[in-house]
Structures are given as structure tokens and as C-alpha cells.
Design a protein around this ligand. Structure first.
Ligand code: ZN
Ligand code: ZN
Length: 392
């Protein structure tokens, strides 16, 4: 039983670390152990490490660590790209090494050897496309083009100049401090891609996420089918029921089957668990970005909207309180009004409850239109090229 428990503990710890690291800031984990662990992993642990280095090796060593951090986190670098390529190729290598010997099997035909290789190749292709495509860099010679494609909403975007590039800042664009350039319809800077995700490569990024989610799901199901096939081929159920006299019911057989699988196919099970966890994380990430695309918003804009809504709410609350105060003062100074029914007074809403802030996203023009805008970015369309020619 020792090996099984080590495997279970390993799986649980991996899930905890991966979920805390990637999803610890999600609202569902607010004020939970997962959120505290996320902050420890992202800030606390590094802070303790820096203090430890400074204390043991001196300030010069601490500066060296800080400069490594600057290179890795604040400058464009291919570190995460290399890690991605290592993860996908090593995972494929281990899957092929451990499981291809059972293909063709009871449930999977030989074609899956080639389908899996092609699916991984398409994944890497989408990765390269997202990494090395232009996200929509705004320069002096194309800024008028972007200005006509993205009008200001005068809510979260108003006429401005980029203080670094010294060119007008089109609505929905942002200056990426890592790449040191302005990017149209800026979503975020993706470390894994070593590139910004913007107007022109959001489509590749979305395809990358969806493809990798499907790829991991395919891997999980395929390994599951290989194991189910082995169970069938080796007549495990028959042996367990006939020779070992175990009751032929799911609950009686399950522990024995699991024990047999963990004993004989632990590499495949580890790979299956890993792929299942990654596919779930990718599904969440894809779902989040799909929602943004469907409502024609970007990650960058969600922060801007949060700020704007917060400010509007405070402003409206202040106005409502001032109005309530004014009314109570004028009520005191004028003659006593006829008594209000005490029940209606009891149920009367506080003026603060009426404060409603509406998010008016002018770029949201219906789901179909929004999807078209992702697939065929506005600045690549002929109508805006003509506008540019007319204006120049
Ligand atoms: Zn700029
Ligand atoms: Zn960038």
C-alpha cells in the first residue's frame, strides 16, 4: 500500500500547488487557505528567499538575484517558451514511451499514434504563431490607421499621448513596459509566449488555449481507454470474480481494480492525472478569455472598468448621501408633514441602495460581431485601410 499512498499524496500536493499558484486570486478562493498559499507562493516565499540571501551571502548576492529577477520578469526573454517546449515534448515522449506499446489495443486503433503526433505538432505550430506574430504594434506610420479603427469611448479611453513612444494612444491600446512598445487592443503580456497578446494575435492565442485544452483532454481519454483495454485484454474482472471470488459489483471490484492499475501502470496513471489537471486549468483559462472575447473586452480593460465602476459607485453614493442629508435638513426646517405610515417607512429603501452603476461598453456590438472582430481584426480590414488612405 506504501506506493499508492505516496502517489495519492504526490497528486494532492501537485493539485494544491498548481491550483493555488494559478487560480489563488479567483473570487471563489477569497479568504481561504488557497488564497493565502497563493500569496505565499507568489510574494511571501520570494521575499523570505531574498532576506535569506541578503542575510547569509550579503547585499552583493542579493543584488545579483534582483538582476536575475529583472531579466526574467521585466525584460523579454525566452525562459517560459523553453519551459513550454520542454513540458510538451517531455510529456509526449513519456506518453509515447509508456503507452504506445499498447496501441493498437482493445479500444484504440493504430491511427492514434499518428493523430497524437499531428495534434502535438499543431499545438507547437499555434504556439509559434502566437509567439512570433505581430500583436498589433502601434507606430508613428500606422497610428492614424489604428485611431480610425478604434474610436475613443470617452469613458475609460480618451485622447492621450504615449509618454514613451511620443505618439497618440489609440483607444484600447496600451504601452507594454516589457516589450517597450504600444500595442493595439492590448490584452496582456504573455510570458509563456514572450509576446504581447493584442489585436492581431488574440485569435492565435485563443486557438492555442482551445487546442491545448482539447489535446490534454484527448491524452487523458486515450490513456484511460488504453488502461480500460488492458483490463479487458487481460480479463482482470474475470480473474478477480472467478479465481479470487470477489462479488461482481462495481463497489466490490473498484478497490481491487484501482490497486491493480496503480501497481502495473503507475506511469500512465500519473500522466493521466497530470493531463487531466492541466486540461481543467486550460478549460478555465479558455472560458475566461472566451467570455472576454464574446463581450468585446480585454484583460487590461477589466481592470480599467473595475476602477471606473468603483469610482462611479463612490461618486453616486456621495451624491445620494448629500441628497438624503439635504432632505432631512429641509424636513426639519419646514412644517411637520403628515405622518408616514410606519410600515412604509420601515420598508423604505435607503438612498444608497438605489445606487446603480451601469457598465456601458461601446465596443460590445453583439456576440457575432465580437467574434468576427477577433477572427478578422479591425485594422486588417479594407474599410480602415481606405480611411487611412483618405486621411493621409
Ligand atoms: Zn508606447
Ligand atoms: Zn509585451
Amino acid at each position: 500500500m506504501g506506493v499508492e499512498w505516496v502517489l495519492i499524496c504526490h497528486g494532492l500536493v501537485s493539485v494544491l500547488v498548481v491550483v493555488s499558484f494559478l487560480c489563488g486570486r479567483w473570487p471563489i478562493f477569497e479568504a481561504t487557505f488557497i488564497q493565502r498559499f497563493h500569496f505565499f507562493l507568489t510574494f511571501g516565499a520570494y521575499d523570505y528567499f531574498l532576506r535569506f540571501v541578503g542575510f547569509v551571502f550579503g547585499s552583493k548576492c542579493k543584488d545579483a538575484v534582483l538582476s536575475v529577477e529583472y531579466y526574467c520578469c521585466d525584460r523579454p526573454n525566452p525562459l517560459l517558451q523553453i519551459i513550454y517546449l520542454a513540458i510538451i515534448s517531455l510529456t509526449y515522449y513519456f506518453v509515447a514511451k509508456s503507452s504506445f506499446v499498447y496501441i493498437p489495443g482493445y479500444y484504440l486503433s493504430e491511427i492514434h499514434r499518428y493523430i497524437s503526433l499531428s495534434a502535438v505538432a499543431v499545438g507547437i505550430l499555434l504556439f509559434l504563431l502566437t509567439s512570433f506574430s505581430d500583436p498589433g504594434t502601434v507606430k508613428a506610420d500606422n497610428v492614424s490607421h489604428y485611431l480610425s479603427a478604434y474610436p475613443y469611448d470617452n469613458i475609460i479611453f480618451s485622447e492621450k499621448e504615449c509618454s514613451t513612444c511620443k505618439i497618440p494612444k489609440p483607444a484600447r491600446s496600451k504601452h507594454c513596459s516589457i516589450c517597450d512598445r504600444c500595442v493595439a487592443r492590448f490584452d496582456h503580456h504573455c510570458g509563456w509566449m514572450n509576446n504581447c497578446i493584442g489585436e492581431r494575435n488574440t485569435r492565435y492565442f485563443m486557438a492555442f488555449l482551445l487546442w491545448h485544452f482539447l489535446l490534454c483532454l484527448y491524452g487523458t481519454v486515450a490513456i484511460g481507454l488504453i488502461l480500460a483495454g488492458r483490463l479487458k485484454e487481460l480479463k482482470v474482472i474475470h480473474i478477480l470474480t472467478v479465481y479470487y471470488g470477489i462479488e461482481n459489483s462495481f463497489w466490490d471490484l473498484a478497490p481491487h481494480v484501482v490497486q491493480w492499475l496503480l501497481g502495473s501502470y503507475n506511469t500512465q496513471i500519473l500522466l493521466m492525472v497530470f493531463l487531466a489537471i492541466v486540461s481543467m486549468l486550460l478549460a478555465g483559462f479558455f472560458g475566461y478569455h472566451a467570455k472576454l472575447c464574446l463581450t468585446n473586452t480585454t484583460t487590461n480593460e477589466t481592470f480599467k472598468w473595475e476602477e471606473y465602476m468603483d469610482w462611479q459607485r463612490k461618486l453616486k453614493e456621495a451624491k445620494a448621501s448629500a441628497e438624503a442629508l439635504r432632505q432631512s435638513i429641509s424636513g426639519l426646517s419646514t412644517e411637520r408633514k403628515p405622518l408616514v405610515n410606519k410600515w412604509s417607512a420601515f420598508f423604505r429603501r435607503s438612498p444608497l441602495e438605489d445606487v446603480v452603476v451601469v457598465k456601458n461598453n461601446v465596443y460590445h456590438k453583439g456576440f457575432i460581431h465580437n467574434i468576427q472582430e477577433i477572427i478578422s481584426p479591425l485594422s486588417t480590414r479594407k474599410s480602415f485601410t481606405r480611411t487611412k488612405l483618405k486621411s493621409s
